[in-house]
Design a protein around this ligand. Structure first.
Ligand code: NAI
Length: 706
């Protein structure tokens, strides 16, 4: 039994407690059981109301059971499943008594769709209470009435924001948009829900707080068509048509508004059925499971290790990365000593942290009071003051081995013997950085990506001497920070940058052949990358990329020979966005190719009459081949983790399922034959990795499943 009903003063309290699971999920059997419970209650003439509450700590309903979605065989079955699930909120909506959803913890996907059928929603003010419809991130749309009901509750534009953007909102934002009617402390949740029914407070439920402009735009067809057009343009611009789900969801939302609930629900289940069968949906659900598997990784096979508690930390270097890391740690309530060489640098770093918090306040994810509390957790210093009590230090000073080495040896005498010493280096060997340290087992790499608050990946760099205790603690901390950890070996470039480098180098070869940077970038945008290689070079800094490219060349030899264009532009002072001298420049608001760079490299791109498919193949296959070499060298444990790293580190297109998943879909033989052709045509840098050759010889596959 999943639902337990108790009745108090003629109010039915339905406790949701999915048997044998840590979380509540909605599946067909669960929905059917609840339907039965609700139908029984509807017959009780004396009943004054019904409350739905979760018995699980910190979770209300996590969403629909994804395994059930994955098992859907065809469009027809998808339509039926959705139509069947839609019955439940519709039934609840039709009850003769008020219904209150008492929400503590996550209320997502099907969970939110269910409670949209309730008369009144109360949320707790806990950090864990979040409501959202993340379906489109799985390649589907909310198929349980969410597309139709959400716009009625919060207004069209906020609803589009949540559904098309797969957004999850904290309780405070839900309150402000009218998605929930009240926010209360956890302890008062049930008593308040009872009070709402007993005192008839649900009747005074405020309608959504639409502004006059919103009303004008949303409540007439013309205004709505305008919003529709803009939303469609924005989706197409962002996705280049690679993701069908947001487009379909947009159509369904409009159908609901124009034709009413009954027709809208029909359209919604049809849309769900069509989407669930797409390749994109299968890839995105595959990623979801891979992400769940990553959450279970601990970083060691030794299960008896005790995690170290990280309550107090220090960050050294208050620059772009250090400030971002300090903000993240404080956001998760870990105190931070932020150290830099002078007050000016500290002031700049603190201003960055405050700005990041202010953005959260502006987006209603945080209150101003919380901003002050979080900022209070960051204590600036130019000394090692307060370092004795920290559990972890993250170093993010300039990428200079001598500076980092000196710092690490000074650190040892300033911290307790148990403190973990992490470096955010993007290219240096962690054992070189710790060369002068006595206790190297507590030294680890924690490679965040830029900007820290946006990029989900953290590469955890492990040397043979790093203790398992250190690794598991840092893996756990990374998860606690809401990031995706991937454990990688301490070898130049680690994983993501190593795979990126030959790809960017190949873009330079294409430029040398006369293809303009904007065309090359466009080819990769069409492939689905969030930005093309030249835009990426400008944004990470051409100087940083060139430095890293030489380190990789030294380590891996001529396969990674740095294209001379990179050296030429650096010598001429072209560092990218940081000094506004890159492959692109700004002309007013527009970003245009910086033609001055062609006099530096000594030739101009040609007029292109056609786009060759081979350009994309060359760039993508450089990444695929390097990824295979990384697997061969056990830089990362599995293709699945590699795929996670590429998606969360540089935004490799999720709809393709990941870099190695993409190669898997092509098939090992096709990959080898393509590499053989490129090898003959362009030389050593395309020599197929033996990983592929071996797999092809054994008739093997990259992934065991399809
Ligand atoms: P940055 O130049 O913005 O900041 C470095 C900060 O360190 C400056 O505020 C500087 O005053 C301070 N600093 C220098 N020596 C110091 C010392 N001895 N003690 C205390 N503070 C000192 O550099 P950024 O970009 O933040 O990079 C920092 C580290 O993060 C580097 O190792 C870099 O390779 C790595 N990294 C950078 C990424 C990026 O995209 N910028 C991405 C991932 C890692």
């Amino acid at each position: 039994m999943t639902f337990h009903v108790e009745t108090k003063n003629n109010i039915a309290i339905v406790n949701f407690d999915l048997e044998g699971e840590k979380i509540n999920k909605i599946s067909t059997p669960v929905g059917e059981e609840l339907e039965k419970v609700v139908k029984e209650l509807s017959k009780q003439t004396l009943l004054k109301g019904m409350i739905l509450i979760s018995s699980k700590p910190d979770i209300f309903i996590a969403g629909a059971d994804i395994n059930e979605i994955l098992a859907i065989q065809n469009v027809e079955e998808g339509i039926q499943k959705s139509a069947h699930a839609q019955r439940l909120p519709t039934l609840i909506e039709s009850l003769p008594f008020p219904t209150v959803a008492a929400i503590d913890g996550a209320c997502l996907g099907g969970g939110l769709e269910l409670v949209l059928g309730f008369t009144y929603r109360i949320a707790t003010n806990s950090d864990k209470t979040k409501l959202g419809l993340p379906e489109v991130s799985l390649g589907i749309l909310p198929g349980m009435g969410g597309c139709c009901r959400l716009p009625e509750v919060v207004g069209l534009r906020p609803a589009l924001d949540m559904i098309l953007g797969a957004k999850v909102w904290p309780a405070i934002k839900c309150l402000k948009t009218g998605l929930v009617d009240e926010m209360v402390p956890k302890e008062l949740l049930l008593s308040r829900a009872i009070e709402v029914i007993e005192k008839g407070l649900w009747k005074k439920r405020k309608k959504s707080k639409f502004s006059l402009l919103n009303l004008l735009l949303e409540k007439n067809r013309l205004g709505r068509s305008f919003i529709y057009k803009k939303a469609k343009e924005s989706i197409l611009q962002k996705t280049r048509g690679h993701y069908p789900a947001p487009l379909k969801a947009l159509d369904v939302i409009y159908e609901c508004l124009d034709r009413g609930l009954t027709d809208g629900l029909k359209k919604e289940s049809e849309g769900f059925g069509l989407l669930v069968e797409t390749e994109t949906c299968k890839n995105l659900i595959g990623l979801f499971f891979q992400r769940e598997a990553t959450k279970k990784l601990t970083g060691s096979s030794n299960t008896s290790l005790k995690l170290q508690k990280i309550k107090h930390s220090a960050v050294i270097g208050a620059g772009a990365m250090g400030a971002g890391i300090a903000q993240l740690l404080s956001f998760k309530n870990i105190s931070v000593r932020l150290k830099d060489v002078n007050e000016l640098a500290l002031g700049k770093g603190l201003a960055v942290c405050r700005k990041l918090y202010q953005e959260l306040v502006d987006r209603r994810h945080l209150t101003s009071r919380e901003l002050d509390q979080k900022m209070f957790l960051i204590g600036p210093t130019t000394e090692f003051r307060g370092f004795k009590r920290v559990d972890l230090v993250i170093e993010a000073v300039v990428e200079d081995l001598a500076v980092k080495q000196k710092l690490f040896s000074a650190l040892e005498s300033s911290v307790s013997k148990d403190a973990i010493l992490a470096t955010n280096t993007s290219s240096l060997s962690i054992s070189d950085i710790a060369a002068q340290c006595q206790y190297k087992d507590r030294v680890v790499g924690m490679h965040f990506f830029n900007p820290v608050h946006k990029m989900p990946l953290v590469e955890i760099i492990v040397d043979p001497i790093t203790s398992d205790q250190t690794v598991v603690t840092i893996v756990e901390l990374t998860k606690q920070l809401g990031k995706v950890p991937v454990v990688v070996k301490n070898k130049p470039g680690f994983l993501v940058n190593r795979i990126l480098m030959p790809y960017m180098n190949e873009a330079a070869y294409l430029l040398e052949e006369g293809i303009a940077p904007s065309i090359i970038d466009d080819v990769m945008l069409d492939f689905g990358m969030p930005m093309g290689p030249f835009t990426l070079l400008d944004s990470v800094g051409i100087d940083i990329a060139q430095k890293a490219a030489h380190v990789l060349h030294q380590t891996f030899g001529d396969r990674m020979k740095v294209h001379p264009i990179l050296d030429q532009v650096i010598q001429a002072g072209y560092y990218g966005n940081k000094n506004q001298k890159g492959f692109y420049k700004r002309e007013g608001k527009r970003r245009v190719e910086n033609k001055a760079i062609y006099s530096v490299i000594g030739f101009k791109p040609k007029e292109q009459e056609y786009i060759s498919d081979e350009w994309e193949t060359r760039m993508v296959f450089q990444m695929i081949n390097e990824a295979a070499l990384c697997l061969e060298e056990k830089i990362v444990a599995s293709p699945g983790e590699l795929d996670m790293a590429m998606i969360f580190g540089i935004g490799f297109p999720p709809f393709r399922g990941g870099l190695m998943r993409y190669a898997h879909k092509l098939g090992v033989e096709k990959v080898v034959s393509e590499l053989d052709i490129l090898h003959r045509r362009y030389g050593e840098r395309f020599k197929p990795a033996s990983y592929f050759k071996n797999l092809a010889a054994q008739g093997g596959k990259i992934y065991a499943d399809n």
